[in-house]
Ligand binder design. Structure first.
Ligand code: PLP
Length: 432
């Protein structure tokens, strides 16, 4: 193999696992155990010294297994493998995307700080920012797609030194609006210069759930941390809930320490399931984006579709940013159906193969109505501003045969047409 580094997908079956340590089992077994037996008291003492940072490890010394809230083979191998896709120093896996996100927000923000964040963010994140963080005395400033650097700096005028975190979700759910990670990285650098206190810096976090870990790599554009709902593409089968944080070693040490005390690490069983999911991650996501591109093309030519929101099919500026920042258009697409909520509901109720459910990134295709479901909590005014209206339908495209997906949306559009002709039928004169 000429010592050429392997691609991440070639590592997903074996990386970090030594069969000889598990009776030669080809697959990493499930380590369903809460605690681990020390060979000697001295060994237990040495492990705790490292776990609590009481001394630096000797050369070649690694933290041994102590207790499954601190470490477990399934968790450690999963973190090693997941980190490869984003080329991160380290990774921490959590029991949900929300526990990953809330742990990061709590660890890097404190009373008096300002959080600059993109709109819209996932509803759970939005609620945590507007309610929980507010109660802790953390101010938040929301920005919208398309706002220029000058407009953003004007919003922060006089408060620059208080901005402790920039948090982006890009592409934005459900309209695929992109935020320019590199531009925010340069804003971060400017803000960080004003934060002169000891240990003070500005941390930039990107929720990469919509695109990762294959189609966009925020760390390469200057993000400090990447967060995921691993429930989505990484899990990929709508059968588990998990989350992840990736980034540099010093930041991940802080995240993992907080996780140890909050106790919100992923369970060994979920970690074991995620190891299995990672083996097919690349082929699943490749097929999903291929299907999504073909479905988007079909929808864009359909007379009942007014507007499509799919990466690469946006305006010139968005397409240019997409080309700079992303490696594929992903598998999430939204469209405005001709009409409004009524037509959108008939369409959703008529789908047969595509399931009417929230969530995304799984092998099966899903459809939902953002304005009344995932984004119902977003202010009405903001919803209108960012095109989340009654006519918007969101699709998460799976791995089914593309002909079947196209046939399903077409028959659902036919039902909408039938429904429309029924309600517009002129009333006939009554003949006695
Ligand atoms: N981030 C994004 C973009 C999401 O869509 C979701 C969930 O839908 C989350 C975070 C939260 O993840 P979880 O449901 O795994 O807690």
């Amino acid at each position: 193999m000429d010592n050429k580094p392997l691609h991440p997908e070639s590592h997903m079956m074996t990386y970090g696992y030594i069969p000889a340590l598990s009776e030669g089992a080809i697959k990493c077994p499930l380590f369903q155990t809460s605690t681990f037996v020390f060979r000697t008291a001295e060994e237990g003492k040495a492990y705790f010294e490292l776990a609590y940072g009481l001394r630096n490890p000797n050369p070649e010394e690694e933290l041994g297994l102590i207790y499954s809230r601190i470490n477990n083979p399934n968790l450690e191998i999963l973190e090693d493998r997941l980190g490869l896709w984003d080329e991160a120093d380290d990774c921490a896996v959590f029991e949900s995307g929300m526990s990953a996100i809330s742990t990061v927000l709590l660890e890097f923000l404190t009373r008096g700080d300002i959080l600059l964040y993109s709109n819209p963010v996932y509803g759970g994140t939005d609620h945590f920012i507007k309610h929980y963080l507010k109660n802790l005395g953390i101010e938040s400033i929301g920005i919208h797609p398309g706002q220029s650097r000058e407009e953003i700096m004007a919003l922060l005028a006089g408060k620059e030194e208080r901005v402790a975190m920039i948090y982006l979700e890009t592409p934005a759910n459900p309209t695929n609006d992109l935020f320019d990670i590199a531009m925010f990285s340069s804003i971060k650098a400017e803000l960080a210069k004003r934060r002169t206190g000891e240990n003070e810096s500005t941390v930039m976090v990107v929720d990469n759930t919509y695109m990762g870990p294959i189609w966009q790599h925020p760390l390469k554009f200057g993000a400090d941390l990447v967060v995921y709902s691993a429930t989505k593409y990484i899990g990929g089968h709508s059968d588990l809930i998990a989350g992840a944080v990736l980034g540099s070693q010093p930041l991940l040490t802080r995240v993992k320490t907080t996780r140890t005390f909050l106790g919100n690490m992923v369970s060994p069983h979920t970690a074991w399931m995620l190891l299995r999911s990672l083996e097919t991650l690349k082929v699943r996501m490749d097929q999903q984006t291929k299907n999504a591109q073909m479905l988007a093309l079909h929808l864009s030519n359909h007379h009942m579709v007014e507007k499509i929101y799919f990466l690469g099919m946006m305006d010139d500026e968005a397409n240019a940013l997409f080309a700079r920042q992303c490696e594929a258009p992903g598998a999430m697409l939204s469209f405005d159906i001709q009409g409004g909520e009524k037509e959108a509901f008939v369409f959703l109720n008529s789908l047969k193969l595509i399931k009417l459910a929230v969530s995304l990134g799984s092998t099966e295709s899903l459809a939902e109505h953002p304005a009344t479901m995932t984004h119902v909590g977003v202010d009405q005014e903001l919803r209108e501003l960012i095109n989340i209206t009654g006519k918007l339908v969101r699709l998460s495209v799976g791995v089914e045969h593309i002909d079947d997906l196209i046939a399903d949306v077409d028959q659902a559009f036919d039902k909408v047409k039938e429904h429309r002709s029924l309600i517009t039928l002129p009333s006939l004169p009554i003949v006695n």
